[in-house]
Design a protein around this ligand. Structure first.
Ligand code: ZN
Length: 186
C-alpha cells in the first residue's frame, strides 16, 4: 500500500510537470494588509479566480498574518478591496477556513461561519457559486450548507492533475492541482 502511494505520488509529480493549469485559483486571505494589497494589484486582469476570505475568518487572518486592525476595521478594508476587485470585473468566490482537524468539525460553527460569510459577500452584491474550503477541510455538512447558500462547486486540491470532477449530493467537487496563496506572492 505504501509502495503504491509513493509510486502514485511520483507519477503525479511527473504529470504535474507537463499539465496545463486550467483555472488560476487564488486564495486571497492576507489582502487586508497594505503591503499585500499593493502586490496584488499586479494580478488584476490576469484571469484569476479570487477566492476571498470574509470577516468570518477574522481571527484566523489576525493570527496567521499579523493583522493589527480590529474586526470592524478589518471588515471595512476587506469590503473596500473586494469592491475594487469587482470594478476590475474579477471573478470573486468564497474562501472559508472551517477547521483544520476533521475530528473537531462542528455543525453550529460551520453554520455561523457560512452565514456570516454569505451575508458579507451578498452585501457587496456578490453571490458566490464556488467555494474553496481552507486547509482542504470540509465534510458532508459543509456540502449541505454550501448547497443551501447557492454554491454549485467545491474546489478541492489534489496532487493528481488528471483527477476528474465528481458529483457529490448534487454538488460538483472540482479538483485543482495548482493554486496560489496571496501571501506566498509577497
Ligand atoms: Zn486559506
Amino acid at each position: 500500500m505504501k509502495l503504491k502511494k509513493s509510486l502514485d505520488e511520483f507519477m503525479f509529480k511527473i504529470l504535474r510537470k507537463f499539465a496545463k493549469v486550467k483555472e488560476k485559483t487564488l486564495h486571497a486571505e492576507a489582502l487586508v494588509r497594505d503591503d499585500m494589497w499593493k502586490k496584488l494589484q499586479n494580478l488584476l486582469g490576469k484571469g484569476y479566480i479570487w477566492f476571498v476570505v470574509t470577516p468570518a475568518n477574522y481571527e484566523y487572518c489576525k493570527s496567521y498574518f499579523n493583522i493589527k486592525q480590529d474586526k470592524a476595521q478589518f471588515t471595512h478594508i476587506l469590503a473596500k478591496r473586494i469592491e475594487i476587485l469587482k470594478k476590475y470585473n474579477e471573478e470573486i468566490q468564497l474562501h472559508i477556513h472551517l477547521c483544520n482537524v476533521p475530528a473537531f468539525f462542528d455543525n453550529k460553527l460551520q453554520d455561523e461561519k457560512f452565514e456570516e460569510s454569505m451575508k458579507f459577500l451578498n452585501s457587496l452584491g456578490i453571490n458566490p457559486t464556488k467555494c474553496a474550503p481552507g486547509w482542504r477541510q470540509y465534510n458532508d455538512y459543509t456540502i449541505e450548507l454550501a448547497k443551501k447558500y447557492g454554491i454549485k462547486w467545491i474546489y478541492d486540491y489534489t496532487k493528481n492533475p488528471r483527477k476528474k470532477p465528481v458529483i457529490k449530493d448534487g454538488l460538483i467537487i472540482n479538483y485543482y492541482w495548482k493554486f496560489w496563496h496571496d501571501y506566498e506572492l509577497i
